[in-house]
Each structure stands twice: as C-alpha cells, then as structure tokens.
Design a protein around this ligand. Structure first.
Ligand SMILES: Cc1ncc(COP(=O)(O)O)c(C=O)c1O
Length: 374
C-alpha cells in the first residue's frame, strides 16, 4: 500500500464519500483517512474471522490486547499503566458521555473548549447539563486554550467536569507541559474533574511529546484519559477505544454509569488494536512522514489563496481554515460551489471557518487547492 493511493471507497459505503455521491464535490470532511489499513492489522483480522467463532468475548479476558495497550503507553508516552486501569469503550464519544453521567449531577455545568468536535460540544446538553465554553486563542502564531477563561469557568461552583481535547480538534495544537500543568492546577484548585479526549495523540507531526492527562501526578486521581487506535490506524469503523482511569473509585463510577447501556467492544476491534499497537510501527512512521508533507503543502497553498488563512497544525490530519477574509455569508456553500466538501466550521462553533482533512493522497490536495483557487 502507498499513502498516495486513491482507493475507491464507494463499495465500503464510506460516510465521507456517501455524503457527496453523484456530485463533483471532493469530500474532505469527517475524520478518517483514505489510507488502507496496515497489512498486520488486515492479517490479524483475516485470521480472527477465519477462526469462524465470533461469540462473546469479554474484553477484560483479552490479555493480548490489554498488554498491547500497556506496552504502547510505555513506548509512546513513557507512561507505565496497570492493566486494570483500562476500560474498553465502543468509541470515544460514548466514553465522554459516560464520563458526564459518572461525574456530574443535575444542575452542573460542563466546561469545553470552543471551537471543538461537534459531538463534544453537544455532550453537555445531551445529558441535560449546561455548557461553559472556553475560547481557543491565537498566541504567537499558535492556537491554544484561553487559560484565563478556563480559570473563570472552573471557578463557578456548578462546574464539575472539564472535557479537554488534546491534541485539539479542529486546531491541531498539542498541549505543552506548562499548559497541562496549568490545566491541572486550575482543575485541582476548583475541584473540577478532567476527561481528556486524546484520540489524535499518536498523530503528532512536529517534534513534540504527547502528555496523557492521567499521567500527570496532580490529575491521576481526578481524571479519565480517552484513547484509541482508530484515527491513527484508520480502523474507526470497528468502534473500539479505551479509557485509562488510574483511580479505583473514579473507574468504578465510570463503569457504573456505563453498565447495561454501553456494549462491550467487538472482537474485531480488540484484534485490530492489538495488531496496530504491536506490529505497525513502520507503517505508522511512514504515515506521519506522509502527513507532514501533506500538511506543509496544504498550509502553504491555502495561505496563498486570497481570503483564506491557516495556522500549521502540530498534530492530526485536519486543517482549520479561517475564511473570514472572504466576507461570504455561507463558507460551506462557497467551498461546495468550488467543488470541495470540508467539515463546516459552524458545526464546530465558528461559522467563518472550515476544516479540511488532509489524510489522503497528495493528488487530492493538489486537486483541492486548484479548485479553491479557481
Ligand atoms: C476529538 C474527537 N473525539 C472523538 C472522535 C470520535 O470518536 P469515536 O469514533 O471513537 O466515538 C473524533 C472523531 O473525529 C474526534 O475528532
């Protein structure tokens, strides 16, 4: 497989392509990549299916997958975790909704960064709670959290949970140690629990180290860290992720809220996660190299287009584009009329922006740039 391939995804009914089926619009929305899975993942899945036995498997019995996660955390983030800290969840979205149920009560406020991934913005109201939005601000040419606003939001006694997204979606920033220290200090000072969505943490494109929230000594007993192989290894359709919860009581509360509602993860998801974390390092490194070049190309070209500007994301395969310079009333319509289908900025809380997915063949990016420049 080459990352520059352009596989036909219509047979697999890929949501990304279904949305613009029958049009000339190039889909560049939803956060999965155009990359075919690494061979070791496909081999492991074939073997598991050929076994022909697909009955119940309790995820906590899959010691191989659990050990793969433990080893991955140590290798990637120098974080030594215990196997029992891992709680498998059929997606990060259900996991942060479970966290709200577990750690909040009626009348509470949930803090989230804005702009943000739409299901994360929607989570407080889905659970009948209020939301306090903390703005994303540009400091020295980089997007970051407005820490003064975070402090103010956390000081509200009704604020009981902060759902962080690190690396940030849609802006792609990676929290530095000093920034995570600040998050920890604010959350501890105001007794706010932290749920950290780190689904993009293995897609860091600059020379930066990911810092898992629950590895922070001030946060270990007051946080939940959510991760998955799904984005990095393009297996999101298998609906498998995991929460890492070091504190026994915090973990018990999470499990209690999930009980009877959240299903076990699938055998295919466990199999893919295990293979991804054990046997795909070369593929992963090659993917990061390809994405770095894609990002650099796209950022350079987008910034040449009058009315558009973008800050280079430190992580993810997503580019957050400021289109306010176009002075058009509907940015999404403008893009679609040019023949590009990005994620609409309004869904993330910023109507004058759009988000481009560059996890694809460079040919598509060249095509996109040509359409947007026309
Ligand atoms: C920040 C973030 N969290 C969660 C998800 C989705 O997670 P899942 O498919 O595991 O529910 C996405 C997908 O785009 C995302 O960007």
């Amino acid at each position: 497989m080459s990352f520059s391939d352009k596989p036909d995804r219509t047979a697999s009914k890929a949501y990304k392509w279904e949305k613009y089926k029958g049009t000339d619009i190039l889909p560049m929305w939803i956060a999965d990549t155009e990359f075919r899975c690494a061979e070791p993942i496909l081999e492991a899945l074939h073997k598991r299916i050929d076994d022909g036995l697909l009955g119940y498997t309790l995820p906590s019995h899959d010691k191989d997958a659990i050990e793969a996660v433990v080893a991955w955390c140590e290798k990637q983030y120098k974080w030594k975790i215990e196997p029992e800290w891992i709680v498998w969840t059929p997606g990060v979205v259900p996991a942060f909704n479970v966290a709200i149920q577990a750690y909040c009560e009626a009348g509470d406020t949930v803090i989230v960064q804005s702009p943000n991934y739409p299901p994360l913005l929607a989570a407080p109201s889905i659970n009948g709670l209020d939301r306090a939005c903390v703005p994303t601000i540009e400091v020295d040419g980089r997007w970051t959290l407005d820490f003064d606003a975070l402090e103010k939001a956390a000081a509200d006694p009704k604020a009981t949970l902060f759902i962080l997204c690190n690396p940030m979606n849609p802006v792609g920033s990676v929290l530095r140690q000093s920034e995570l220290d600040k998050v920890a200090e604010i959350c501890r000072k105001h007794n706010v629990m932290l749920c950290s969505d780190e689904i993009h943490c293995d897609l860091i494109l600059d020379a930066l180290q990911h810092l898992p929230a629950s590895a922070h000594k001030e946060l270990a007993d007051h946080s939940v860290t959510l991760m998955a192989a799904s984005k990095t290894f393009n297996v999101a359709g298998l609906g498998t992720s995991f929460a890492i919860i070091p504190n026994t009581k915090v973990r018990a509360a999470f499990n209690k809220s999930a009980r009877g509602i959240v299903p076990w993860v699938t055998v295919t998801g466990l199999t893919a996660t295990n293979a991804a974390f054990r046997h795909c390092d070369d593929w992963h490194q090659a993917e990061l190299a390809y994405l770095q070049e894609n990002r650099d190309y796209l950022v350079k070209e987008i910034n040449k287009i009058p009315g558009l500007k973008a800050i280079s994301p430190e992580a993810t395969f997503l580019l957050w584009v400021d289109a306010s310079g176009l002075s058009v009333s509907d940015t999404q319509k403008w893009c679609e009329e040019k023949g590009i289908g990005p994620s609409p900025g309004r869904d993330f809380g910023e109507k004058d922006f759009f988000r481009l997915n560059f996890g694809c063949s460079r040919d598509y990016l060249i095509e996109a740039v040509s359409k947007l420049s026309s």
